[in-house]
Design a protein. Sequence first.
Length: 378
Amino acid sequence: MGIYVHLPFCPYVCPYCDFAKWRFDEAASRRYLVALEAEIAAAPAFAAATAYFGGGTPNAYPPADVARLARLVRERFSLPAGAEFTVEANPDRGLCAGFAAYRAAGITRISFGVQSFDPADLHKLGRRHDAADVGAAVDAARTAGFDNISIDLMFGVPGQTVASWRRTLEAALATKPQHVSTYGLTIEAGTPYEKWFAREPAAFAGEDQAADMYAAAIDVLEGAGFEHYEISNFALPGFRSRHNANYWENGDYLGFGVGAASYRGGVRRTATRDLTAYALAAAAGGPVPADEERLEGRARVGEAAMLALRTDRGVDVRAFAERYGIDFLEMFAPVIAEMRSLGLLDADGGRVVLTRRGRFLANEVCAAFIEPALGRSA
């Protein structure tokens, strides 16, 4: 079981982001913390293996608040000493003074939302840090005792080139992180970027350029000794994200906070993104309004396959049979055959995995296991 806690307030809102987030407000953030702590305290107690504070911008909160919340989570869910406990952080100047408090509260991993080291990229993304801030933030985390640091980067930023993206990758490596995530920019509905894209689509990277950038990320990071263990994630040996691995293994997890998702026993539950409705319900100790979906039969198996295929380990056919009671190779024989003929899948040694070419079409390949008819368009 993994625990996710959503801290939705940011010092500013980036124009590409569609997460459940709001500009930081002292009174609203204080009411939210009261509600969040009440929701966590009211949850059934059980033993968890990992925890993750996401946002929003968790380090926009006072360090003492984050530390207190971390202690509550550790105690409520019997998180073992030394268990992977991640907090997302912006590397902005003035937001990175609390890492010692985090470490004392049992947090073990920091994930920095860097996105780019290029000034032009950062300006277009609405970010307020620069390369020097990132270096200072990483140094501050290390001084506080953190030896597991991740950096998030984004490619496909308007105006970005393969050459400038390579420079960002090299700059990230110069900070000596243990983990790097690389995400292609997506145009999300309702964001300023959606309006920009509608007005000027040529400003954004096309599929071929985005593929070249993804290939550059693989080459640069693998060349530096990182394992490409999931479509968007690279880690030095021993530093794969255990919390995220639980998602890809279709494991159970429990989410707390506005918009947070949970998954238990085949039921996916997503809390309301209405901040007021969430705070009122959680603070009162009642159930938080949420949408629920039960995944059964082929839908559940297909989603498990999709998640597993995102990783370098792919689908373990024997383990799949033990967990779901089905013969994976038989159930998905037509899809597997088609994807193998296209050079997108390998199916040998009891595993089904994406090829290097398949990684570039991962969304289409994985979707074909949820809706097999989609395979014909990959």
